[in-house]
Structures are given as C-alpha cells and as structure tokens.
Design a protein around this ligand. Structure first.
Ligand code: PXP
Length: 237
C-alpha cells in the first residue's frame, strides 16, 4: 500500500499571512488524518515563513500517523529533528531562501556529509530518506550512505506528463526498479496531483509513500479537504 502523506506547509503560509491562528495548522493536520491521510509532512525553513519550529513541537505528540520532517540539514534542522524524533526525516538540498525544492541531492559530491547524517539519525531511531533525481549513479550513492529510503523528485515527471505520459514515467520506473533492487524503500514527491498521481502509481505500485502539498491544498479549495483526500487515496489503490 502506498501511503499518502499530506504536506501542510501551505496551511501555515495562509495562517502566517494574517498573524493569527486561522487556519489552525494542528487542527488541519488532525483533520487530514481523520479524513484518511496516512502521514503528515512539514518542511521547516530557517526563516519560519511557512511551518514554525513551534508547530513542529506541537504536531509531534498530536499526530497518530507518520510524521515526516523534510528540509536542508543545517545544524539547527538536525537539532530540531533529533529533539522531535519524527518517524522519518527527508533530507532536501535547498538553500534557505529557495522558493521550493527544485533538485535532488548530488549524493556523490556530498557522500560523506550524508553518510554521517544517516548514522546520526539512524542511531536516534529515525527512518531516513534522501531526496534524489533519477540518475542511477546518484541513487547508488544514496544507497551507500545507508539511507533507508529515497524520495524521487517528481517535478520533471509532472511537467512532461500532460504531453507524453510514457516518456515522462520511463526514467522514474527505471529509477524505482533500481531503488527496489538496492533494498531501499521508495517515496516520491513534488508536483504530484490528481491529474498525474494515478498514472505514477499504476506504473510504480511498490511506492511506499507520496508526499503531496501544493496541488492537494489547491484542490481542497474546490472539493473540500475530506473529499480531496479521498480522491488522492483513490489514485493510490
Ligand atoms: N517532497 C519534498 C522533498 C518537497 O520539498 C516538497 C515541497 O515542499 C514536496 C515533496 C511536496 O511538493 P508539492 O507541494 O509540489 O506537492
């Protein structure tokens, strides 16, 4: 079964626009779970422009599904993750001021940095995942770091999908097969939507988890959160 982890950063962005507590990030997370989400993802950034450190602390004891914290492993991020001990940490190579993640790790160049981090998080009992593209050598290096999983960066798939689904999915199927043969778990995320998710899942049914934020929250404006989560889960059956 492929788990749906809802990235709730957009909810925090909306809340932060007015300074109060509406919408309530914690309530939305709990409602996502109640409506069937199997995980909650947050991406705290140093400037706290979306999710704040205080949100991360408040969410941890409240969430009963899988809690995934993603982000760039600055010392501050590492300390936060080790304190909060989520089920999973996903390491993303973003600069602090980046709008959103737009590439996977160069796991060859950053091999020793990532290997040390995998050891640190594993020793703390936290499952590890590294955000990567479909390059085979870089996936092999991700496996060598000791990561439990990789998360495939799916934006290139989402961009090409409307024009040529077969061509869009091909490198992801190859990468997913390699990940499986290396004995790692497999996550995917970025720009997944009601339009392109089912086709990805039909072609890579052994995905462990997809992490979805932007499109899901946009769909919820029209369909409501409960119906939206239901529709995303249908794509994963
Ligand atoms: N996975 C990672 C590593 C991300 O950085 C993001 C965006 O924060 C997502 C998944 C979710 O992407 P989207 O908001 O496009 O669904």
């Amino acid at each position: 079964m492929t788990k749906l982890s809802v990235n709730i950063n957009k909810i925090a962005t909306l809340r932060n626009a007015r300074g109060g507590n509406n919408p309530d990030v914690l309530k939305v997370a709990l409602d996502c779970e109640r409506f069937g989400a199997e995980g909650i993802t947050v991406h705290p950034r140093p400037d706290e422009r979306h999710i704040r450190r205080s949100d991360v602390y408040a969410l941890r004891p409240a969430i009963s599904t899988e809690f995934n914290i993603e982000g760039y492993p600055s010392q501050e991020f590492i300390d936060l993750v080790l304190k909060v001990k989520p089920h999973q940490v996903t390491l993303v190579p973003d600069a602090p001021d980046q709008l959103t993640s737009n590439a996977g790790w160069d796991t060859k160049t950053h091999f020793s940095f990532l290997s040390d981090l995998m050891e640190t998080f594993s020793n703390a009992g936290i499952r590890t995942s590294i955000f990567v593209g479909t390059d085979k050598e870089l996936i092999e290096y991700a496996a060598k770091t000791g990561a439990d999983r990789v998360e495939l960066y799916t934006e290139p798939y989402a961009t090409l999908y409307p024009e040529n689904p077969e061509e869009a999915i091909a490198p992801f199927v190859e990468a997913a097969k390699l990940v499986r043969s290396l004995g790692m778990g497999l996550n995917a995320g970025h720009d997944l939507s009601l339009e392109n998710l089912k086709y990805m899942h039909d072609n890579i049914p052994w995905l462990d988890e997809v992490s979805i934020g932007h499109a899901l929250i946009c769909d919820a404006l029209y369909l409501g959160l409960e119906k939206t989560i239901e529709e995303y889960k249908k794509c994963l059956r």
